[in-house]
Design a protein around this ligand. Structure first.
Ligand code: C5P
Length: 323
């Protein structure tokens, strides 16, 4: 195989309930992930060494060295495949090692559309895409569950980007469970911000704001679950919640205007995505979404307002070329 291309979606969090800071620097959380139709595309080609190049949305902010999450994911996959080959015995060892070692490395090309440092797990999406792409390129045949188990070592949101759709995340976000949801396509408007927020900084701001009142264990919102079971957009809009919203608004006050403009334009719900600064709004139809996006663009309260639908599947092979 000479190249594999994978398309991978951005996520929003319909609920993000954050617990106390853990000794390892992470926070236990309960979240409802939802994959939306805003995609990065990643292509892998066998090469002499691992390299990465990034084009598109915010490309200048993405590291093009070994710190790139896609390259980290590839190293984790390569190690797991090698260990598995050793455990499986000599015949498999030769086949798998041959596939992984051919050429020694992988050239990764990422075309970004998901905003960088936008609270939509763009880096995690690229890592998930790299896992799925190299699994295909090398013919290593790991199942989505096996890829998800590796994904947790790369980042908290990587496992979700492998599976997509709508799912509950626990732990750091990497432990996934299915959501009982009526089949329904939701219409979203995504307001890309003129700026970025650092995820650790937003979590630290939450800890600071909470210092006085220590929170308990986070739990799933029953009303949100009921709305998803019913496929009821109005109910879902009213049930959206995010513990990182106040800290994100504190650090990026201009977002209050964005949220307000969306609500005034008739959104069924409005929320900061993850740690921000991307905001998202729920509409009740594709036409309503287009109107909302036009109103947000016209109000000059974001860099760009774009429509998207969800849920959509996780990282998916869209092209593979053989020599
Ligand atoms: O896992 P990931 O690299 O995406 O996380 C980025 C940062 O976000 C972490 O280093 C941590 O500061 C913060 N974080 C957290 N609790 C989580 C997930 C992320 O504090 N559950």
């Amino acid at each position: 195989m000479t190249s594999v291309t994978v398309r991978v979606p951005a996520k929003i969090n319909l609920q993000l309930a954050v617990g106390p800071l853990r000794p390892d620097g992470y926070h236990d959380l309960v979240t409802v992930f939802h994959a939306v139709s805003l995609f990065d595309e990643l292509t892998v080609t066998p090469a002499g060494a691992d390299t990465v190049s990034v084009t598109g949305e915010g490309a200048d902010l993405v590291p093009e060295d070994g710190d790139n999450l896609a390259l980290r994911a590839i190293r984790v996959l390569r190690k797991a495949v090698a260990q598995r080959a050793v455990a499986a015995g000599p015949a498999v060892t030769a086949a798998v090692a041959g596939a992984v070692e051919a050429g020694g490395g992988v050239a990764v090309m990422i075309a970004k559309r998901i905003p960088v440092a936008g609270g939509m797990a763009g880096g995690s999406a690229d890592a998930a895409a790299a896992l799925v792409a190299c699994n295909e390129l090398w013919g290593t045949g790991l199942s989505p569950d096996e890829l998800c188990a590796l994904a947790g070592d790369v980042g908290s949101d990587v496992a979700f980007a492998v599976v997509g759709h709508t799912a509950i995340g626990r732990g750091r976000g990497e432990q996934l469970a299915p959501v009982l949801a009526a089949p329904h396509t939701y219409h979203w408007v995504i307001a890309l911000a003129d700026g970025h927020l650092s995820t650790p900084r937003v979590f630290r701001e939450l800890d600071r704001q909470r210092e006085a009142r220590k929170g308990g264990e986070p739990g799933l919102a029953n009303e949100l679950m009921a709305a998803l079971r019913a496929g009821d957009a109005a109910r879902l809009g009213a049930a959206l919640s995010n513990d990182l919203q106040e800290p994100a608004l504190t650090l990026f006050p201009a977002l209050r205007k964005t949220m307000e403009a969306g609500r005034e334009a008739g959104a069924l719900g409005a929320l900061i995505s993850g740690s921000g600064p991307t905001c998202f709004f729920l509409a009740d139809s594709a036409e309503h979404a287009a109107e909302l996006a036009a109103a947000l663009s016209g109000a000059g309260v974001c860099r760009e307002a774009t429509t998207a639908t969800g849920p959509v599947p996780g990282a998916t092979v869209v092209a593979s070329e053989r020599a």
